[in-house]
Design a protein around this ligand. Structure first.
Ligand code: ADP
Ligand code: MG
Length: 328
């Protein structure tokens, strides 16, 4: 059973970056305004995330790393979100099958924080009282210590670090107003550092450069269409070329790749940009949850949805209009 769980977990958690993605989403779900991440060995040795969200109740400690724990939790009140991407309550369970997990957490009501260690979905012993502020710290150590093949399939620790940075950059960009930081273990200087109260545009300047931020065109498609799809974001103007293609797409708050959207935008920009020049694209797409393909696993980066062709057209029409307007 444990081996089956471990293999299943290895399918869900492929590398430090997608473990982090799940942890960041949990921190955001908890209403955090500050999320800091510390990594060692590209996140393989240590991947630690601290938030100031609503915390985990002591009663819930034995449950959080169980598969499909979500609905068993006392804090569970978000039935709607189950429909969004089909699967829920698998992330922490999966991580605990392929790494050593320690959770320290304090709810606003609790007198003190509690800390517990987890393995293979289970809390080891009891959670113990400890000092700590309201919020949660999750420390993931020795990722894939028990899945040697997965560990070997990964590239260098610097490559893993870059992917961790990429995930955090995307979430920091979209969740402007939440302070994100990323540090390498032992370093005092943060590799990434955003501020509470920043706007998306501020964050684009900070994370992708001020030169780009001066060339941004706002995209805003309100949900008043027959698909109930809204699209908000920024694209670079036709006179700007990114060093490489930057496509930051969110669907219903999750960082994903929608190949049809990405490719259509690339084709559109190729009419406006010289060969080898690349656009910057950031789009936050909101769709009625029941129209997003629920068979797509949350850790799979690509998603599809109903009326995809029509929604792709909505997006490319809006971008074309913005480009024509800016260069009229
Ligand atoms: P899901 O997010 O789909 O519910 P997870 O395995 O990612 O499943 O997390 C399990 C549960 O653990 C969450 O539903 C939440 O109640 C709790 N949890 C995880 N991380 C945090 C956090 N940072 N702050 C508060 N609660 C958390
Ligand atoms: Mg989660």
């Amino acid at each position: 059973k444990t081996v089956v769980d471990r293999i299943a977990a290895g399918e869900v958690i492929e590398r430090p970056a997608n473990a982090l993605k799940e942890l960041v989403e949990n921190a955001l779900d908890a209403g955090s305004s500050s999320i800091s991440v510390v990594v060692k060995g590209g996140g393989l040795k240590v991947l630690q995330i601290t938030d100031n969200g609503h915390g985990i109740r002591l009663d819930d400690f034995p449950l959080v790393c169980q598969r499909f724990a979500t609905s068993k939790l006392t804090t569970f009140d978000d039935l709607k979100s189950i429909g969004t991407f089909g699967f829920r309550g698998e992330a922490l369970a999966s991580i605990s099958h392929v790494a050593h997990v320690t959770i320290t957490s304090k709810t606003p009501e609790a007198q003190c924080a509690f800390a517990g260690s987890f393995a293979d979905g289970k809390l080891l012993g009891k959670a113990k009282p400890t000092a700590g502020n309201t919020g949660t710290t999750i420390k993931v150590e020795d990722l894939f210590y028990n899945v040697k093949t997965r560990r070997k399939a990964l590239k260098s620790t610097s490559e893993e670090f870059n992917r961790v940075l990429d995930v955090l950059t995307r979430y920091a960009l979209r969740n402007a107003g939440v302070a994100f930081s990323l540090k390498k273990f032992g370093d005092t200087r943060a590799v990434l550092n955003t501020q509470t109260g920043a706007s998306v545009k501020d964050n684009i300047a900070l994370l992708y450069g001020t030169e780009l931020s001066r060339e941004l065109l706002r995209i805003d498609v309100p949900a008043a269409n027959e698909y109930g799809a809204s699209v908000a974001g920024f694209v670079s103007n036709a006179n700007y070329s990114s060093k490489k293609e930057v496509s930051v797409l969110f669907v219903n708050s999750r960082s994903v790749d929608v190949p049809s959207v990405r490719k259509a935008i690339k084709a559109l920009f190729s009419e406006y940009l010289p060969k080898k020049a690349h656009p910057f694209v950031y789009l936050d797409i909101a769709l009625p949850p029941e129209t997003v393909d629920v068979n797509v696993h949350p850790t799979k980066k690509q998603v599809h949805f109903m009326h995809e062709d029509e929604i792709v057209s909505l997006i490319t029409d809006a971008i074309r209009a913005a480009l024509l307007d800016a260069n009229a």
